[in-house]
Design a protein around this ligand. Structure first.
Ligand code: ASP
Length: 425
């Protein structure tokens, strides 16, 4: 049986057990979750997270070496960022459109008194200038230790440039990076053998902890989010991979769903990164040099699924609090949500924290988040899947656009490739 099938079975069993737990008295979940489900899920997640920083570090260096020319990296980078910004803006507009039509906030009796939500998001996290300035690590070891993805990307890219420029003089380091990457890939395959059990525990724990009453009360809100996620993935990504990437959307989704399943179980773009890069390279044929740069960047700054949740949530909360949003306010929501998406870390639940910033930008009550917090854990699984699909769609699109510029690098000869292209710096 294939690994993906096993994960799917784990997921399905997890859903069944989770629903069973949600239906049983609370104290059953309170025993089963902390002693069985949560530890198994967390051990699995930690094993993956343990590998994320070294994998990103090594693959970005290899990616830059594979591109062979700083100009190429500039082109790949700017095209990716353009794709990220455009699709995120589309995502949030689509979300607000769907929520305005379905009107989830008008369907139900939502109590607005006594709601509490402590916002921990700071203005700084949505400040785009600050985000750019902070990309440069003052101490790369701290960046690696803290898992600051943008800083790791910058540091690793610079090392990649240096290795190209130094050619033979840095031969040992090139070997080190290449072998480091191999070691991490080997370990990820090992850890993935536990994926069916990890997925089972994570899903059962998430679903079991959700009050079924909350799901029923929030059904229209959830329908609006899920519908928009579906429309965005099929229409926007489908069109992008078809028209620009020249790839059949059916082929794209059929092959990429393995990574989507994984994102669904972990609710973390970062933890899914090793899997999504591998699927993009091996099954979608994205060159390794493009995938190892575009996907880590996307997992850090591109969160269309999260933006969709925020768009629907904003309209929902406005409806519940009977606040009318003007055209300018709607535009403010689009801009803030796009910026918030850049500042959202690819780990579970951050999108909800960043929603506070979006609400504050148009003076909507942050306490409204208390209404949706109960069902966010479930939706997070779905919007994380869309988040990483956007990164893969971008990798497919950019590799098509860059096809004619890419040096014909065979990954096994990366050390030689670095040496031969050293003249380009
Ligand atoms: N869980 C999301 C991710 O990792 C981020 C979020 O929306 O909280 O992509």
């Amino acid at each position: 049986m294939s690994e993906t099938k096993k994960i799917l079975i784990g997921l399905a069993l997890g859903v069944v057990v989770g629903l069973g737990l949600a239906g049983l008295p609370d104290n059953v979940y309170e025993i089963v979750n902390p002693y069985i489900l949560s530890p198994v899920g967390t051990i699995f997640l930690n094993l993956i997270k343990m590998l994320v920083v070294p994998i990103v570090f090594f693959s970005i260096i290899l990616g830059v070496m594979g591109l062979g020319d700083p100009k190429e990296l500039g082109r790949v980078g700017s095209k990716s960022i353009l794709f990220f910004l455009a699709t995120t803006a589309l995502a949030i507009m689509l979300a607000m459109g769907v929520a305005s039509v379905l009107q989830p906030g008008e369907r139900g009796d939502f109590q607005t008194t006594g709601l509490e939500f402590e916002s921990t998001a700071t203005e700084e996290s949505s400040n785009i200038v600050q985000t750019f300035v902070n990309m440069i690590p003052t101490n790369p070891i701290t960046a690696l230790a803290e898992g600051n993805m943008l800083q790791i990307i910058v540091f690793a890219a610079l090392i990649g440039f240096a290795l190209i420029a130094l050619g033979d003089k840095a031969k040992t380091w090139r070997q080190f990076v290449k072998q480091g990457d191999r070691i991490m890939m080997y370990l990820i395959h090992l850890v993935m053998k536990l994926a069916p059990y990890g997925a089972f525990a994570l899903i059962a724990s998430a679903i079991g902890g959700i009050g079924l009453d909350a799901v029923v009360a929030m059904a229209w809100y959830m329908i609006a989010v899920v519908l928009t996620l579906f429309l965005h993935a099929t229409i926007v990504y489908g069109a992008a991979v078809y028209f620009i990437g020249k790839m059949s959307p059916v082929f794209f989704f059929k092959n990429f769903y393995e990574a989507m399943t994984f994102a669904f179980s972990t609710s973390s773009s970062n933890a899914t990164l090793p899997v999504s890069m591998e699927v993009a390279q091996k099954k979608l044929g994205v060159p390794r040099s493009i995938s190892s740069f575009v996907q880590p960047l996307g997992a850090t700054v591109n969160m269309d699924g999260t933006a969709i949740m925020q768009g629907v949530a904003t309209i929902f909360i406005a409806q519940v609090f009977a606040a009318d949003l003007t055209m300018t306010e709607l535009l403010t929501v689009v801009i803030t949500a796009v910026l918030a998406s850049i500042g959202t870390a690819g780990v579970p639940g951050v999108g909800l924290v960043m929603l506070a910033l979006v609400l504050q930008s148009v003076n909507l009550p942050v306490e409204g988040i208390a209404l949706i917090i109960g069902v966010d854990r479930i939706l997070d699984m779905l919007h994380t899947s869309v988040n990483i699909t956007g990164d893969a769609a971008c990798a497919v699109v950019v590799s098509k656009l860059e096809e004619k510029h890419l040096p014909p690098v065979d990954e096994d000869s990366w050390d030689e490739a670095g040496a031969t292209s050293s003249s380009s710096l």
